[in-house]
Every structure is written in C-alpha cells, then in structure tokens.
Design a protein around this ligand. Sequence first.
Ligand code: SF4
Length: 227
Amino acid sequence: MPNQNNFEQFYSEMITCIKCSRLVTFREKIATEKRKQYIDEEYWGKPVPGYGDINAEILFVGLAPAAHGGNRTGRVFTGDKSADFLMKCMDRTGLANQINSDYLDDGLILNNAYMTVMLKCVPPQDKPSPLELKTCFSYFNQEMKLLKNLKTIVALGKIAFDGTLKYFKQFDDLKTKDFPFGHGKSYKMPNGINLLGCYHPSPRNVNTGKLNFEMMTSLFRNISNKI
Ligand code: SF4
C-alpha cells in the first residue's frame, strides 16, 4: 500500500533540489518579482510536489508548474487558468469535490486521482530543455514507484506523454513510434496500466477550441467507467 510517510519524505527532499541552475534562477526570479495581482502573497518558488489521493488508480501528469500557479501556491494545478479548467472537468466527472483549485488548504479533495507534473520547476516560456527533463525524470520515477495502485495515467500534453512512456521503456522494449500522442489515444502498457493521451488544459488549447469541456469530460467519464 502507498505510504504517506514515504511521500512526505520524498517531497521534503525534492523541494530542496537545485540541480538545474537555469530553472532555480527562474523560479526564484518569478517568486521575487511576482505578478501585480499577487504582490502581497509569498510565492512558493521551489520544486512543486504532486497532490491528491496517494491510493489513487488514476494519475494526471502535466508538464510543469505554472509561473504564477503552482510556483506561487506550492501545489500542482493550483491558482491558474489551466487549473480552473481542469478542476471544472474533474468536479463534473466526480474526480474532485469542488470546481476550484486556488490555494493550499482550499478544501480540494481528489477522488481516486492524483496529479503531478513531469518537470518539478517552472521553465521559462513553459519550455524545458531536454537536459532539464532528463535531470528531473528521476523524481517522476520515484513518484511513480510510490503510487502503487495506478490503473490509468492521463498524460496532459505530449511532453508528459513522452515522459511517461519513457518511464515504461525502462522495463520493456517499447518503440516510441508505436505510441503516437493524441487526445483520447489510449495504450495498454505491458504491466497493464493504461496510458491515455489528453490535450493539456492550457488557456491556449481552450481558447482556440482545440480542447473544450465536452471533450475533456467525456474522456474523464470513460476512464472512470472502466475502473
Ligand atoms: S526541475 Fe527537477 S531536477 Fe531541475 S531543479 Fe527542479 S526539481 Fe531539481
């Protein structure tokens, strides 16, 4: 069974990480300069831990914390527009108890779901370098080992999808070309876990209509029905 103490120990080590100098500088710069509307808040400005039910069967994986979202609040998918959209969809499909994810201790409870990010620190322009992704992968690896009940992984965007596939490649001879990313594309990994592609709930995808509420909630309903 997943163990809360193991998670706490893992995250207490992770949040002190300074391996990627560019990202350390950036996360601290954002936390110091702040956005005008949050000027009175103390930003987190460190690697951002995952959040949710540690016994979950469903894992949501995003790219990285948002500059004024997770990097400000200290919780993934919290306090930004992506979180607003994601949580509305999760609430509607029973995966969350409320439509808002605004700050730590806001009462958010995820039902049978856990969420994390592939890269634990916010990257400039949301674009991590290949080396940064490679360096941070060790944390995702450790997190995956702690989440022992997973049945479905929802990869929010291609970078999260490719990173998750990389995790499974450690154990089996999987070819990337056999697993193209797409919204709703689902693959059974050799250990039985489903890897599901999903467009990232970013304002860019939502505002351009690439992703809408119906697309996201029908995908989430499918997952819940199969578990
Ligand atoms: S991105 Fe990951 S490896 Fe790099 S500094 Fe942040 S936590 Fe450390």
